[in-house]
Design a binder for this molecule. Structure first.
Ligand SMILES: *Cc1c(COP(=O)(O)O)cnc(C)c1O
Length: 372
């Protein structure tokens, strides 16, 4: 699905030197590379503050702690996302309100958000799923009217750009109240272990989040907030400083792969291609198609038999997971999410894919449907 080895072969000497540098300095926590990464990512994103932390899940938790969300406050998010997005809502005792996504872009549906807003809604967490931004202009408009915070989960879309109706462009994660991301190795900007970050333009919030990520202290051994221990290791920051320079190039290479898939699979009636919304660039963290007529699992098995990996992101809606049964939703409450879980299939996607691989994958997919 991803080829981290090919990427390491390309950047290996630069990354080795960066890691060696940290080993020589022994500043493993809060070393200078962390501060440098913060500055570089701020510049790249065009945002005032970047606060690195331990991982993308922590970033989400820290954002909600910094906003002072209290047990019982309602947080709206999509039912079609990775578990991390909702886990922290539950951990903090907040009330999780799930909504269906759009069936073609897979991103949270603005219409469904509107229906779910109540007087107790305090935050909305749009997830920029598979590398494409949710409808941020629409979301900012309704949340602005209601005084609701927006936390953008940018874990799958670091580097994607939202395009406003006036043509203005902003990087994913810099539009809402807070943006969060993950540097898990397989993300578009990944390190060699766990890592994450928060973004904001609000100085007070930035200070609060920085404090919470480091045991609630601004001054050593003086604790103003109840915090957590969540920092980005210096070695991971050193890796990210190298990789950030290549992010746009890697994202363009992913888009070229997606363009090829789009074209090669366009004629097949059993496949619904991923829709590209007019208001976002797409950096294709995943290239995810929908397979009609109940053939998804059979196709997946066939691909396995010819040694082509594929993945189902995500196989089960959150509301039917045992851990979230307590929410009390009925099985058929989210028809779009349930349909997507039965139809989606993600194909191999990374910046180092070769034409030969792409031909082999697409020809085999088409061959499978010819036999039906
Ligand atoms: C990966 C991911 C996260 C969590 O990131 P970690 O660094 O693994 O904690 C959160 N949200 C989404 C949408 C993700 O894909």
């Amino acid at each position: 699905m991803v080829d981290l080895k090919a990427q390491y072969e390309k950047l290996g000497s630069e990354i080795d030197a960066a890691i060696k540098n940290v080993l020589n300095s022994t500043a493993f926590i809060k070393g200078p590379e962390v501060g440098l990464f913060e500055k570089e990512l701020q510049k790249y994103l065009g945002v005032n503050y970047v606060i690195p932390c331990g991982n993308g899940t922590d970033a989400l938790q820290i954002s909600m702690m910094a906003l002072g969300l209290k047990p019982g406050d309602e947080v709206i998010t999509t039912n079609f996302t990775f578990i991390a997005t909702v886990e922290v809502v539950a951990l903090l005792g907040l009330k999780l309100v799930l909504v269906d996504p759009d069936p073609f872009t897979y991103n949270i549906s603005l219409e469904e958000i509107k229906k779910a807003i109540s007087p107790r809604t305090r935050a909305i967490v749009p997830v920029h799923l598979f590398g494409q931004c949710a409808d941020m202009e629409g979301i900012m408009k309704i949340t602005g009217e209601h005084g609701i915070y927006v936390i953008e989960d940018t874990a799958q879309a670091t580097g994607a750009e939202y395009i406003f109706s006036d043509g203005n462009r902003k990087k994913a994660g810099t539009i809402g109240t807070i943006g969060t991301t993950s540097f898990f190795p397989s993300k578009n900007l990944g390190c060699y272990g766990d890592g994450g970050a928060l973004f904001t333009n609000d100085e007070m919030l930035a200070k609060k989040m920085r404090s919470i990520a480091n045991h609630g202290m601004k001054i050593k051994y003086h604790h103003d907030d109840i915090g957590v221990n969540s920092r980005l290791d210096t070695i991971q920051a050193a890796v990210l400083n190298v990789k950030l320079k290549y992010l746009d190039r890697f994202n363009s290479a992913r888009k070229a792969v997606a363009d090829f898939y789009d074209e090669a699979l366009a004629g097949c009636n059993s496949i619904i291609l991923p829709e590209r919304s007019g208001f976002s660039s797409h950096i294709f963290h995943q290239y995810t198609i929908r397979i009609k007529n109940g053939l998804r699992d059979e196709l997946k098995k066939y691909l396995e038999s010819v040694k082509i990996p594929s993945m189902i992101y995500y196989p089960e809606p959150l509301h039917v997971q045992n851990a979230f049964r307590y929410l009390g939703y009925a099985d058929n409450d989210f028809p779009v999410t349930s349909m997507l879980c039965n139809e989606v299939l993600s194909l191999p996607m990374h910046p180092d894919m070769e034409q030969e691989q792409l031909d082999y994958i697409t020809l085999n997919i088409l061959k499978f449907f010819e036999k039906q």
